[in-house]
Design a protein around this ligand. Structure first.
Ligand code: C2E
Ligand code: MG
Ligand code: MG
Ligand code: MG
Length: 282
């Protein structure tokens, strides 16, 4: 085995660091042409209403298939896109594609559902939110209530009044808003009642550990907050029947997670819904 002295350890650390930096630089550089080359795609994940046993909505999630690096995860490339500002054209593209696809589903497959798109804090900072959403709705001809924006609690850490104002303006377009990853943002609950949102999404972490009684207590309380503020509640990351049972018994009936389906292409989603429909009518 190699004798690792202090000097060597620093060298290994340096190499690791520069490898990460090089990858980041590569991602930064390649992201610019990725959109033109059609390397970004959109996957759709269903939100299922267990009360009515019907589709409740979908979430649109971005994917990047890099020609050499293969699939790059959003948790990696979204952070880079936020740093470089590329998140703005990428989100503009997402909004337009999702609205177009939703309109297509309505006209061709009799699928009428609300689809959500994740919004980075950078979009609010750019002050382009209203313009981008309005543009996507106008181009597609999609009514606003079929579009939802997912924001995270951490957004409220910046200028809350400005965020509220921007959210109000898009709500005038009938667009819905949900608070994603709820319970992990450590935001004070103090301003929650002032945020114009429609839905709380319980973070996956609580669902994955919901066998623990302490996590069940948190879940129950998030559901209670939602009910008291007149908000809808959705559970994210649902993978097992046990988790569904726990959530239902505590009053949460809309589920999103691998138990139902992983995010899938629009085409696969159409087939998946077709199959569900047949299961109901048979
Ligand atoms: P998110 O908005 O909280 O999305 C949910 C993530 O959980 C997705 O990961 C989804 O694939 C994953 N997931 C869903 N069900 C399950 C489950 O049952 N088990 C487990 N283990 N995971 C599940 P994904 O697609 O990798 O996205 C990660 C994050 O990247 C998203 O978290 C969102 O914050 C961000 N993101 C993705 N697409 C976009 C986008 O177009 N714009 C922005 N700004 N952010 C995006
Ligand atoms: Mg989300
Ligand atoms: Mg989430
Ligand atoms: Mg998340």
């Amino acid at each position: 085995a190699a004798k690792v002295d202090g000097k060597n350890r620093f060298r290994i650390f340096d190499e690791e660091m520069s490898r990460n930096q090089i990858r980041k630089l590569v991602l930064e550089k390649d992201m610019r042409k990725a959109m033109v080359h059609g390397e970004f795609t959109i996957m759709y994940q269903p939100k299922w209403d267990t009360g009515s046993d019907q589709l409740s909505g979908m979430e649109a999630l971005m994917r990047w298939q890099h020609p050499e690096l293969g699939s790059v995860s959003p948790s990696e490339f979204i952070a880079v896109a936020e740093e470089t500002g590329m998140i703005i054209p990428m989100t503009r593209w997402m909004l337009q594609e999702v609205c177009k696809q939703n309109k297509y589903w309505q006209e061709n497959d009799n699928i009428h559902t609300c689809i959500s798109v994740n919004m980075s804090i950078r979009i609010f900072e750019s002050q382009l939110l209203f313009e981008m959403v309005d543009e996507a709705l106008r181009i597609s001809g999609l009514p606003g209530h079929y579009l939802e924006l997912e924001i995270t609690e951490s957004i409220a850490k910046s200028d809350v009044n400005d965020i509220i104002e921007q959210l109000r303006s898009i709500r005038d377009l009938a667009v819905k808003v949900s608070l994603d990853d709820f319970g992990t943002g450590y935001s004070s609950l103090g301003t929650l009642d002032e945020l114009p949102v429609d839905t709380l999404k319980i973070d996956q972490i609580f669902i994955h550990k919901s066998a623990q009684l302490s996590k069940q207590a948190i879940i129950s309380n998030i559901i209670a907050i939602a009910k008291n503020l007149n908000l809808e509640v959705v559970a994210e990351g649902v993978e097992t029947q046990d988790q569904i049972d726990i959530l239902q018994s505590r009053g949460c009936h809309v589920m999103q997670g691998f138990y139902y389906s992983k995010p899938m292409s629009a085409q696969d989603m159409t087939a998946w819904l077709e199959q569900k429909q047949q299961a109901v009518t048979v």
